[in-house]
Design a protein around this ligand. Structure first.
Ligand code: COA
Length: 175
C-alpha cells in the first residue's frame, strides 16, 4: 500500500477496486481522454479494474506510484509517477471535468513532486503535454518544470500523433 499524501484540500491514496466504475465514468469523458496518451475512447468495460489490479506489482517494482485524488473522500482524478526499469519517473495526471479550474491539480502535483524527490529519491522528473492543452502546461510550469524539447506523442483516444511539449524538473527547480 502506498502512503497517503495529504494536501490542504485533498487526500491522495492508493486506487482501490471499488474506484473502478467512477474512474471509468470520469476518464471516459472525451475531454479528459483526448488529452491523455494511452487512454482509449470509448473507455472499455473491465479496463479500470484490470489497471487497478496491476498497480500493486508496479508499485513493488518501483515502476509506478499511482494515487487516486480524493476530495471529501470522493475520487475526482488520478495522478502518478511511472517509469521504465531505470529511467526517470514521468508525472501524469487527469482530473474529472467538473473539478477543473480550481487549482486542484497544481495542489496535487506539488505534493507528488515532493514525494518523488524526498521519498523516492528521484533525481529528475519528466512530463509532457499536448500542445493544445495549455492548462496542463501551466500546471507543470507552476510546479517548476522547464521545457526540454518539442515533438509529437501518440494519442490513443484521437488515434494519431499529436504535437507535444516535453518537460523536465530537477530538485533544484522545485517551487
Ligand atoms: C489539465 C488539468 C489537469 C488541469 O487541472 P486543474 O485542476 O484545472 O489545474 P489548475 O487549476 O491547478 O491549474 C490550471 C492552470 O491553467 C490555467 N489555464 C486553464 N485553461 C487555460 C488555457 N486555455 N490557457 C492557458 N492557461 C489555462 C489556469 O488559469 C491555471 O493557471 P493559474 O493558476 O495560473 O490561473 C485538467 O484540466 C485535466 O485533467 N484535463 C484533462 C486531462 C489532462 O489534460 N491531463 C494532463 C495531460 S498532460
Amino acid at each position: 500500500m502506498n502512503q497517503d499524501l495529504i494536501t490542504p484540500r485533498l487526500k491522495l491514496r492508493a486506487p482501490e477496486p471499488d474506484d473502478a466504475p467512477r474512474l471509468q465514468a470520469l476518464c471516459g469523458n472525451w475531454e479528459v481522454a483526448r488529452m491523455l496518451e494511452v487512454v482509449p475512447h470509448p473507455y472499455p468495460d473491465g479496463l479500470a479494474e484490470t489497471w487497478i489490479e496491476g498497480l500493486a506489482v508496479r508499485r513493488q517494482s518501483d515502476t509506478a506510484h499511482i494515487f487516486a485524488i480524493t476530495l471529501a473522500e470522493e475520487l475526482i482524478g488520478v495522478i502518478g509517477l511511472e517509469r521504465g526499469d531505470d529511467g526517470p519517473f514521468g508525472l501524469g495526471y487527469w482530473l474529472g471535468e467538473a473539478w477543473w479550474g480550481r487549482g486542484y491539480m497544481s495542489e496535487a502535483a506539488t505534493r507528488v513532486i515532493h514525494f518523488a524527490f524526498e521519498d523516492l529519491g528521484a533525481e529528475k522528473l519528466t512530463s509532457g503535454f499536448f500542445a493544445d492543452n495549455p492548462a496542463s502546461g501551466r500546471v507543470l510550469k507552476k510546479c517548476g518544470f522547464r521545457i526540454a524539447r518539442y515533438g509529437t506523442l501518440p494519442c490513443r483516444a484521437r488515434g494519431k500523433e499529436v504535437e507535444a511539449v516535453f518537460m523536465e524538473l530537477a530538485p533544484g527547480g522545485l517551487t
